[in-house]
Design a protein around this ligand. Structure first.
Ligand code: ADP
Length: 190
């Protein structure tokens, strides 16, 4: 298996790149944000709970998020590997992901971190908000809160994966295909 954590602040382009990479490398793409939005759309209990956090730009509690992620991985153990998009976002999630991978005699091979300046992120998210229908993209205050949460709670994970020698920073500014090529160089080197 090849398992990649696609990392970066909100608006860095993780979802877009994951769509290209999953085809190129036949990997299963798991986006926790997409899973929550699916649950919200279907008005499940999980969706109702997640919505109260997501609308504010806060993180959904670890326990709930980890359980959902683990269940999704179990469903797709026959795949060649995973692209994790939007997970892990806390140290507890990262530890839990390592344990899950170990229990499958596998591992995370790389964290690919997309680097994009904050002002570009805000611009991209506001632009996406015009068409995405995502409530958390429509309001600049919520967007800025998501970026703040990223710096306060999530960015430390770079250190977590650096310690494991699995960190790869990639310039996330440029055309979609340029960025896919940059990420592919990393994946091909694994
Ligand atoms: P973005 O990265 O562009 O903000 P996502 O679709 O990845 O968008 O996430 C949207 C929201 O879903 C987050 O702001 C958060 O509330 C929730 N969420 C997604 N993934 C996680 C996670 N791993 N842990 C906690 N909350 C999450």
């Amino acid at each position: 298996m090849i398992n990649i954590v696609l990392f970066g602040p909100p608006g860095a382009g993780k979802g877009t790149q994951a769509e290209h990479l999953k085809e190129k490398y036949s990997l299963k793409h798991i986006s926790t944000g997409d899973l929550f939005r699916y649950n919200i759309k279907n008005e499940t209990e999980l969706g109702k709970l997640a919505k109260s956090y997501m609308d504010k730009g806060a993180l959904v509690p670890d326990e709930v998020t980890i359980k959902m992620l683990n269940a999704k991985v179990e469903e797709h153990l026959d795949s060649k590997g995973f692209i994790f998009d939007g997970f892990p976002r806390t140290k507890a999630q990262a530890q839990s992901l390592n344990e899950l991978m170990e229990s499958k005699d596998s591992q995370i091979n790389a964290m690919v971190a997309l680097e994009v300046p904050d002002e570009v992120l805000v611009e991209r998210l506001l632009e996406r908000g015009k068409t995405s229908g995502r409530k958390d993209d429509a309001n600049e205050e919520v967007i800025r809160n998501r970026i703040k949460v990223y710096y306060n709670e999530t960015e430390v994970l770079k250190e977590f994966y650096k310690k494991e020698d699995k960190y790869y920073g990639v310039d996330g500014v440029g055309s979609i295909s340029e960025i896919t090529n940059r990420i592919s160089k990393v994946v091909d080197s694994l």
